[in-house]
Design a protein around this ligand. Structure first.
Ligand SMILES: *Cc1c(COP(=O)(O)O)cnc(C)c1O
Length: 360
């Protein structure tokens, strides 16, 4: 069976070379005679794999030395709770920007642990844009400000980061981490579920500035504590060893391709191909406001639910799968993360043109 172009929002397409290496190494890693899945997480063999994966994250994102890199279970949703638990030990309050469903979910979760104030929201506009803020909007005494850098469901992203003054900026970067250059030093904490742009599902990558460790609430379970996990090298208990190994293979692919600066160029070309066509199409309409368009998730509709359904069905038959939009937006969503090749986007646009000719 040939591989198809998978536009799934997550878990999503992975680089083929990474999958092929994994297949080759599945039953015996190198000359070890054991699968990575069968290794003790404390063995020398596995420690090398783990350390190399963390080093690749540091190299690719140019993470400064004063930040810890953690691989933690529970995905991004786990971090919705971990963020307030680890940071609200100061004032017990935080500011949230509500730019999408996940941003909203993070804010609601935080309210279990302290005051999470909504500073700005685009909810009333069905999140078609990212709300703008000024420095004065933020509480200077807040323990942190939380944002979502890319809104996976709505296809929007931050073009410029908010100015939060001295208040640490915490970012859920699940759907655009490693897709464009980011200055890590602008953030107190970055976290991301792995299954979009890092590797398979199974962990959240957490990058935390060291001076922010130890600001946790007394109730924080040890397993949720970034400080305790940093001290234990992310191994307070057994980490998702195989997912971390697979992520390492994906990161090597990205490094060999030229790193984040190079993939950013490619990502911009891929997104431009789709948006340029959407802007001229008489059938398909993009749903996100132009200024905030995501490079990773491209959302569009025809305005006719039957046509949308026919499009998704026919695209699937062409080997262009998982294009159905999230129910809160409807229509279609093409998730074009790092591993989606330009060829896949070209094939999608060609198919859209053909569909427009027949259904316009
Ligand atoms: C997918 C996603 C999540 C949820 O990730 P899980 O790892 O499934 O918990 C959270 N935030 C954003 C921005 C996402 O895209």
């Amino acid at each position: 069976m040939d591989r198809v172009y998978n536009f799934s929002p997550g878990p999503s397409m992975m680089p083929l070379p990474a999958l092929e290496t994994a297949a080759k190494e599945l039953c015996s890693y190198g000359t070890t005679g054991v699968s990575v899945m069968e290794m003790s997480h404390r063995s020398k063999m596995y420690t090398e794999i783990f350390d190399e994966t963390a080093a690749l994250v540091r190299q690719l994102m140019a993470v400064p030395e004063n930040y810890e890199i953690l691989f933690l279970q529970g995905g991004a949703t786990g971090q919705f709770a971990a963020v307030p638990m680890n940071l609200m030990g100061g004032a017990g309050k935080a500011d949230y920007i509500d730019s999408g469903s996940f941003a909203h979910g993070a804010m609601v979760e935080a309210r279990k642990y302290g005051q999470a104030r909504c500073v700005a929201s685009s909810r009333e506009d069905n999140y078609t844009h990212v709300p703008e803020t000024k420095r004065e909007d933020f509480d200077p005494e807040a323990d942190y400000v939380h944002i979502t850098t890319n809104n996976t469901i709505y296809g929007t992203r931050y073009i410029e980061l908010p100015d939060t003054g001295d208040v640490p900026l915490v970012a859920d970067m699940s759907s655009n981490i490693l897709s464009q250059e980011m200055d890590v030093s602008r953030f107190g904490v970055i976290y991301a579920g792995a299954q979009k742009n890092i590797g398979p599902a199974g962990f959240a990558l957490v990058i935390v500035r060291k001076d922010l460790l130890g600001r946790e609430l007394p109730i924080t379970p040890k397993f949720i504590s970034w400080k305790a996990q940093a001290e234990a090298g992310s191994m307070l208990n057994t980490p998702p060893t195989y997912a971390i190994y697979m992520a390492g293979l994906c990161l090597k692919w990205l490094r060999d391709l030229g790193g984040v600066a190079e993939i950013e160029k490619i990502n911009k070309e891929k997104a431009a191909l789709l948006y340029d066509y959407l802007d001229e199409s008489k059938l398909f309409k993009p749903t996100a406001q132009k200024k905030y368009r995501s490079l990773m998730n491209v959302t569009f509709i025809t305005g006719d639910a039957d046509k949308d359904a026919a499009f998704v069905k026919q695209a699937t038959a062409q080997g262009l799968i998982n294009l159905k939009g999230h129910r809160s937006v409807g229509g279609m969503r093409a998730s074009i993360y790092n591993a989606m090749p330009m060829e896949g986007v070209k094939k999608l646009v060609d198919f859209m043109k053909q569909f427009e000719l027949q259904n316009g």
